[in-house]
Design a protein around this ligand. Structure first.
Ligand code: FES
Ligand code: MG
Length: 574
């Protein structure tokens, strides 16, 4: 199969001159003799790493992608890229998302590559790959690595993340022994794959498919399922087709694609982190997507998927019940019929025969898990540029709430004082944690779902209003207001709250206010205890990051990484 137009890689490999010789000769090493003439060079950007255990199996998946690429006439080239293991990387994997995106973008541009298969899984890996692909704008297709199978403990399924939070609270409440808690540890991760809850990894896999960047039907296939390898093979073939069709992120992804992604995010009850990642990817494409779009397009959509943390089941149940496409068929009227997928066909074309096989896991539209899901965007004197809350994960009785603030200047300050019996806190208090935004921490860690004071847990309190400029794990739950912008370290009013101030939350009215009069607030400055909690890195990536990171309401990308530099071939190396 010959290319319809000169390939980008021909600028390395084409011709008889000395430099083409160099580019070809070093790559031969047993490659077929026609490997460099008219055959799409397909990078397999692989986030497999032993330190990203959720993605370690992608080495095997990549082998199936290679088969598909070769079969379709392309040449597969594995490109290990920066990988981020959510549970291992400190101070937070989010600090490195933009670095991973930048490094991947640059390596795709710098190399003789015509198209790319993006292999990700664990939380930040798919977002960073999508951001990279958008900015280099080469034909690209995502293959999500898939969730693990469900482990059980004492006969009960374990949800990754969610049950860690739940069981650890039980220990603190005195209803589970430390020994039993530790015993559950080896049951938590049953197999290869990423977290099995509707956390960020699962969410981003499904949202990427709704966006149109995944072979339809592939997202959510469990990592050990042989159908994942079938999808990998198909994805390899498709990558070659993408190059021939010159189908690039800029020609494929539109506002309509993001609308579909936002509808999917709501219908599956997905992670709040997806908001950050969608805004960041849109920023790379020059698509004007705002927090208000997320609320407007997503917050009237019913939640149809009964998965932890909002519900009961886990990712392999979702796959068994029909998967994402069965969910999307139920909300077809809310989807944009024109938005395309990587196959060149609209997403809605894949929905016709998608049945629900278990109506407990995927609810029909007539019987939603939550009538109106999505992510609510709040504004007010405490969050002038916005904050988010996931109503489906919150307690209904707290969605309208006024309470006295109990303020913490850092997560260490929080841990040092939260279980102090003398701490002046009750069930109506509002826990406020600051210094956890992109600049402040740095990197915006998942600390917003603060554990409740143990004296209140012992009284049976299971939720309180919590407010933070950080994020929370997609596997967490509770009435948690997060991504407050501007963050405290960027001069946001969150830095000025004092213990005892009254905070008022009104989710139906989309308000978050500090009941302190404006004159009084204008007189306040952040205390030295508050500012001492803000990061002040003096060199390296952290310095670059803190100097250039944007706020949460626009996705916390670096200011100089917005938009695209395209795939133009740069100057010769010799
Ligand atoms: Fe990797 Fe949850 S820790 S997906
Ligand atoms: Mg997570």
């Amino acid at each position: 199969m010959g290319a319809l137009r000169p390939l980008r890689s021909a600028q390395w490999y084409g011709g008889e001159h000395r430099n083409a010789y160099i580019h070809r000769a070093w790559m031969r090493r047993g490659a077929p003799s026609d490997a460099f003439t008219g055959r799409p060079q397909i990078a397999i950007a692989n986030t497999a790493s032993d330190l990203t255990p959720c993605n370690a199996h992608l080495r095997e998946v990549a082998a199936s992608v290679r088969d598909g690429v070769y079969e379709a006439g392309g040449v597969p080239l594995e490109l290990p890229v920066m990988s981020l293991g959510e549970t291992q990387v400190r101070p937070t994997a989010m600090l490195w998302r933009n670095l991973a995106a930048m490094a991947t973008e640059e390596m795709l541009r710098a190399n003789p590559v015509d198209g790319v298969v993006l292999l990700g899984g664990c939380d930040k890996t798919i977002p960073s790959l999508l951001m990279a692909a958008a900015s280099v704008d080469l034909p690209a297709v995502v293959l999500p690595g898939g969730p693990m199978l469900t482990g059980t403990f004492r006969g009960t399924p374990l949800g990754c993340g969610t049950d860690v939070w739940r069981l650890s609270e039980e220990v603190r409440a005195g209803t589970l022994s430390q020994e039993e808690f530790t015993r559950s540890e080896s049951a938590m991760i049953r197999s290869r794959g990423h977290c099995n809850t509707m956390g960020t990894a699962s969410t981003m896999a499904l949202v990427s498919e709704a966006l149109g960047t995944v072979l339809p039907g592939a997202a959510g296939t469990p990592a050990p399922d042989s159908r994942l390898l079938e999808a990998a093979h198909g994805t390899g073939r498709l990558a070659v087709d993408l190059v021939h069709a010159d189908r690039r992120p800029s020609t494929l992804l539109t506002r309509a694609s993001f609308r579909n992604a936002i509808v999917a995010l709501s219908a599956v009850g997905g992670s709040t982190n997806a908001v950050m990642h969608l805004l960041a990817v849109a920023g790379r494409l020059g698509i004007d997507l705002t927090l208000d779009d997320i609320d407007r397009l997503g917050s009237r959509v019913p939640v149809l998927v009964d998965l932890l943390p909002a519900g009961r089941f886990l990712m392999d149940d979702l796959h068994r019940a029909g998967g994402l496409l069965a969910v999307l068929r139920q909300v077809r009227d809310l989807l944009d019929p024109e938005a395309l997928t990587v196959t060149g066909h609209p997403l809605v074309d894949y929905l016709d025969d998608r049945e629900i096989w278990d109506e407990e896991v995927i609810r029909p539209r007539s019987r939603p898990l939550v009538e109106e899901g999505g992510i609510a965007v709040l504004r007010g004197s405490l969050a002038p540029d916005g904050a988010v809350v996931k109503p489906a994960a919150a307690s209904p009785h707290l969605l309208r709430h006024r309470g006295r603030a109990v303020v913490f200047d850092s997560i260490e300050d929080f841990h040092a004082r939260i279980d102090d019996p003398a701490l002046d806190v009750d069930a109506d208090s509002v826990l406020v944690l600051r210094g956890c935004g992109p600049k402040g921490y740095p990197g915006m860690p998942e600390v917003a779902n603060m554990p409740l004071p143990s004296k209140l847990l012992e009284q049976g309190v299971r939720d309180m209003v919590r407010i933070c400029d950080g994020r929370m794990s997609g596997t967490a739950y509770g009435t948690v207001v997060l991504h407050v912008a501007p963050e405290a370290a960027a001069g946001g009013p969150l830095a000025l709250v004092r213990t005892g101030d009254v905070v008022s939350l009104d989710v139906p009215a989309r308000r978050l206010d500090l009941d302190v009069d404006a004159d009084e607030l204008a007189r306040r400055t952040p205390s030295t205890a508050t500012t001492a909690g803000f990061a002040a890195p003096h060199r390296g990536w952290q310095r670059l990051y803190v100097d250039h990171v944007r706020q949460a309401d626009t996705g916390a990308d670096l200011d100089f990484l917005l938009g695209s530099s395209g795939s133009e071939v740069t100057r010769e190396s010799h």
